[in-house]
Design a protein around this ligand. Structure first.
Ligand SMILES: Nc1ncnc2c1ncn2[C@@H]1O[C@H](COP(=O)(O)OP(=O)(O)O)[C@@H](O)[C@H]1O
Ligand SMILES: [Mg+2]
Length: 336
């Protein structure tokens, strides 16, 4: 059986995707799930959070076997065969990381070419390499999951609508859209909605084609949207609080129209919107402390600089992420 893959995606940067994947990966592992966190963003911010600079530099150093996601696709990029076994960096007993890599962009052109020729031609038996390339991310994540005996795979992505993300997103069973309160970012959801619906349709039509005969296992392109997470604003003095309130009221409608392509007819508030998975607190300085300590917020200790009222926030952070993790598990039917 394949392991469920959940992608956290928005084509806008700085909306809290990576921080969300990082904290959810930790929470799931603390709740007893076996987790693979997959860093498919060539910026590798998620890997930086988990491992810190020194370890990451070591993993990226020249001359050694590249123990990253790029290392696994390298044979494909060089035309030397199929994917190699993924290296898993063990972060905690239950939690393993498929390490990101700044060089991952090298596969972008291969993915772009393979996608268009695979979709356009009828000579399926001649295209083993293309099939290997298009399905590579999904197969690497599934192989990693078998090795780690994982119950769930969480995937972090770059904020783009390019070929890497297309291959990564067709590998996703479910998609969560992290949002921040920024009018232009909300408007940009329209392009996200169109791209995802197109890719899903193209992929699924191809899979349904009876002429498609292959020994390679493919992802199903399920890509089910299960909701959004809103990162609350931190107070900025150049913008009135009212602006943020107005944006909050727009989100349910914009998400439904842009992402689900299902406008609906009633106005609904964010509190009543079933698509809203969470309104995530802005932890401000605590998030910085967590970054510095290479820990999730809810593991911060006095030695990391936690004092007084911080303790309550740290505790409530655990609770908030736990509620969100359970909600996502319920919607994706992932069990331990
Ligand atoms: N809940 C939060 N509270 C405070 N700061 C946050 C929170 N989530 C993210 N951030 C900060 O916002 C910035 C962007 O977050 P990040 O997770 O890297 O977003 P993305 O992956 O979408 O680019 C980072 O500096 C991060 O530390
Ligand atoms: Mg990121």
């Amino acid at each position: 059986m394949n392991t469920t893959i959940i992608a956290f995606f928005n084509n806008k940067g700085g909306v809290g995707k990576t921080s969300l994947v990082y904290h959810l990966a930790w929470i799931y592992s603390e709740l007893g799930y076996r987790v693979v966190a997959a860093d498919l963003d060539p910026q590798a911010n998620l890997s930086m959070l988990f491992l810190g600079e020194d370890r990451l530099e070591e993993l990226w150093s020249e001359g050694k076997q590249r123990n990253t996601i790029f290392g696994s696709v390298l044979p494909l990029c060089k035309g030397l065969g199929d994917i190699s076994d993924p290296h898993l960096e063990i972060v905690a007993d239950q939690l393993a990381l498929l390490v990101g890599d700044i060089d991952l962009f090298q596969i972008e052109s291969h993915l772009a070419e393979s996608w268009s020729s695979f979709l356009s031609t009828q000579h399926y038996h001649q295209q083993e390499t293309q099939k290997q390339i298009i399905s590579a991310f999904w197969r690497i994540m599934q192989n990693a999951s078998v090795a780690h005996q994982a119950n769930i795979i969480l995937m972090d992505l770059a904020p783009t609508l390019g070929a890497i993300n297309r291959a990564a997103l067709i590998a996703a069973d479910y998609i969560v859209v992290p949002l921040s309160l920024d009018f232009f970012a909300l408007k940009a959801l329209t392009s996200l909605g169109i791209a995802l619906q197109d890719w899903r349709k193209q992929w699924q039509e191809k899979l349904e084609n009876k002429n498609l005969i292959t020994d390679i296992k493919f992802p199903l392109g399920k890509m089910e949207q299960i909701g959004y997470v809103v990162l609350k604003h931190s107070v900025r003095f150049d913008r009135p609080v009212k602006t943020y309130q107005n944006l909050l009221t727009l989100i349910p409608k914009i998400y439904r129209e842009a992402v689900l392509n299902n406008p609906g007819d009633s106005e609904i508030s964010i509190a009543d919107d079933p698509n809203c998975l969470a309104l995530l607190k802005n932890y401000q300085s605590l998030m910085l402390m967590a970054l510095e300590a290479n820990k999730p917020i809810f593991q911060l200790k006095p030695a990391d600089g936690i004092i007084g009222s911080h303790f309550t926030v740290v505790k409530s952070a655990y609770h908030d992420f736990e509620v969100l993790a359970r909600k996502i598990a319920e919607r994706t039917q992932v069990n331990k």
